[in-house]
Design a protein around this ligand. Structure first.
Ligand SMILES: Cc1cc2nc3c(=O)[nH]c(=O)nc-3n(C[C@H](O)[C@H](O)[C@H](O)COP(=O)(O)OP(=O)(O)OC[C@H]3O[C@@H](n4cnc5c(N)ncnc54)[C@H](O)[C@@H]3O)c2cc1C
Length: 467
């Protein structure tokens, strides 16, 4: 059978739903109808909103907290990601080093502490999120990746990580792919989780502390109301002294946020469970999270039942920046993902995919979250994780609570926290700029990493596009 037909066949039975959500979900919370009062209203029921609600109660158990989720808890990025729960607050140490060289040691320290606190929270509330402390290997698959990756070994060690450089033999001994030339294994910076179980577990813990969660309740408008705020929903409203916005790539209730964010779609395939022989053919006993080192990169990992999740590479921006259900699938990207999967693991040529899905990422031009307040600090937001938010959302939520409480902390003292990224230009220029950047990134990957004039200009300005 020609190779392209084999790739197509591997996709034939893939269900168009996120694997993590393809299991009975907890019973839906009520929909808000009428008016509720609280001290804090959180808008958005992904990790950012859930951590905000949970930690608000932990900080002050007497505070009443209401959370409004437009659909279901964890139905967006938080229930459909790769489950790489990474300590980096800056979308990787290289990005952090280049943007905040004077602060990176502190950013890494706080990032590692944040990751440890996530692990401790899961244990405190008995949340079973299939957590595995495997670390992550960044894999070089082209000679030009080797230098980029190996030069990160020293900074990682300097900033408290247990990291090791693996040459081609050592790496291929761990995970059997003919494409591997070497890799950087950061053993401390990443734990793997089941994303949906994490979201549902956080929601359950928040409920137990008294948070009222409303689902299928989109917030439509923010209004000042006396000394507080009113969040309007379709059939009522929630009134509170403070509001935390946790809406990620979706349109913000604050218009100003749209200048800084482009929703970018990332797509994922999940294989069927591997047989014992297939599992043995790839090694991978350490079950590390893996990612390749190109600009357009894949991330991949094993699930608890020994499937391979294979995502990334394409980062798709749809003109106009809408986030809509019809964008959740993209045939061309699924074919690219399948082709690259079999290139990486040719020994798995008879494996089929059981699930395919996509999700929206909140890309900003500095690839790291940023914060802001409005209405005299009655409202705070955090957004811009750019595809590395599984762990950083807890930090983002903590900063929002600091800002709403007018508290100066070691978090709010960070330059990263007090500064904003450069905005993207408005449409239609935005679409042109994003597509030119995407084409240039693909060309750089095909050209031994050499960056064209456009990318060099963006680099000089500290601007970029990533997933
Ligand atoms: C395919 C994919 C793979 C990824 N892989 C990884 C990974 O391996 N590691 C990693 O660190 N990060 C990864 N990410 C990114 C990570 O998932 C996100 O950064 C993180 O989940 C963001 O959480 P959040 O709560 O801010 O956003 P979301 O999970 O998107 O939650 C926002 C919620 O707000 C709700 N909402 C929006 N507007 C309103 C409104 N007006 N009223 C009420 N509710 C509203 C939405 O319905 C949604 O549930 C990935 C993302 C995708 C899409």
């Amino acid at each position: 059978m020609p190779i392209a037909d084999r790739h197509l066949r591997s996709l034939a039975d893939a269900e168009p739903v996120p694997f993590w959500l393809d299991t009975p979900a907890p019973e839906a919370g009520p929909t808000l109808a009428g008016t509720v009062e609280a001290d804090l209203v959180v808008v958005g029921g992904g990790y950012t909103g859930l951590w905000t609600a949970l930690m608000a109660k932990e900080r002050d158990p007497s505070r009443s907290v209401v959370l409004l989720e437009a659909h279901r808890i964890g139905s967006a990025a938080s229930g459909r990601n790769g489950g790489f729960c990474s300590s980096s607050l800056t979308h990787g140490i290289a990005n952090g080093l280049s943007r905040w060289p004077d602060e990176i040691a502190e950013l890494e320290r706080q990032g590692l502490a944040n990751l440890e606190e996530i692990v401790a929270t899961l244990s405190r509330y008995g949340i079973d999120a299939d957590l595995e402390r495997t670390g992550e290997i960044n894999v070089a698959t082209a000679p030009w990746h080797l230098g980029n990756e190996s030069q990160m070994l020293d900074p990682l060690r300097r900033f408290g990580h247990d990291a090791e450089w693996l040459d081609a033999d050592a790496l291929q001994g761990l995970v059997h792919s003919p494409t591997y030339l070497g890799g950087l294994w950061n053993k401390t910076g990443t734990v793997l989780v089941n994303p949906a179980k994490l979201a549902w577990g956080l929601a359950e813990a928040a409920r137990r502390l008294g948070v009222q969660i409303y689902e299928d309740t989109p917030a439509v408008r923010l209004e000042k109301d006396g000394a507080g705020m009113r969040v309007r929903v379709e059939f009522g409203s929630a009134r509170a002294g403070a509001v935390a916005l946790a809406t990620n790539a979706f349109p913000s209730l604050l218009r100003r946020v749209k200048h800084f964010i482009v929703p970018v779609w990332d797509y994922v395939l999940m294989t069927e469970p591997l047989s014992a022989a297939q599992r043995a053919s790839i090694g991978w006993e350490g079950r590390q999270g893996l990612a390749d080192a190109a600009n357009q990169f894949h991330y991949y990992r094993l699930s608890a039942d020994n499937r391979i999740l294979w995502g990334g590479y394409d980062a798709i921006y749809y003109a106009g920046g809408r986030v809509a259900a019809e964008q959740e699938h993209r045939a061309g990207t699924y074919m690219t993902l399948a082709k690259n999967f079999f290139h990486t693991f040719p020994q798995l040529e008879d494996v089929g995919f059981s699930h395919r899905w996509g999700g929206a990422i909140d890309t900003c031009s500095r690839f790291s979250p940023f914060w802001g307040t409005a209405y005299d600090r009655r409202v705070a937001y955090v957004v811009g994780y750019t595809g590395l938010g599984v762990a950083a959302t807890r930090f983002g939520a903590n900063v929002m609570l600091d800002l709403l409480g007018n508290q100066r902390t070691q978090r709010t003292a960070l330059k990263m926290v007090s500064s904003k990224p450069l905005p993207f230009p408005p449409e239609p220029v935005r679409t042109g700029v994003v597509q030119l950047t995407r084409r240039s990134i693909a060309a750089a990957d095909a050209n031994d990493g050499r960056r064209n004039l456009w990318l060099q200009t963006l680099d000089r300005l500290g601007l970029g596009f990533d997933s």
